[in-house]
Write a protein that binds this ligand. Structure first.
Ligand SMILES: [Cu+2]
Length: 69
């Protein structure tokens, strides 16, 4: 099980979080996504997911990855 945290900017409400959650949740290998709107932290857990696909999914949802933590 791998856990990776991303700092995402631009999320302001639950609907933003839902968009990110559903896009990131669709990346192969992802088991769960935890999102903290206050801090912009997106925590992804799963097996052997591709980090670049996570970043692409976040961009597709309309937000920017400021940092991979
Ligand atoms: Cu929103």
């Amino acid at each position: 099980m791998t856990e990776q945290r991303y700092h995402v900017v631009g999320m302001t409400c639950g609907r933003c979080a839902d968009k990110v959650g559903s896009k990131v949740g669709g990346v192969p290998g992802v088991d769960s996504v935890r999102i903290d709107i206050e801090t912009g932290a997106v925590t992804v857990t799963g097996e052997a997911f591709d980090g670049s696909k996570i970043c692409a999914a976040i961009a597709e949802a309309g937000f920017e990855v400021a940092a991979v933590l």
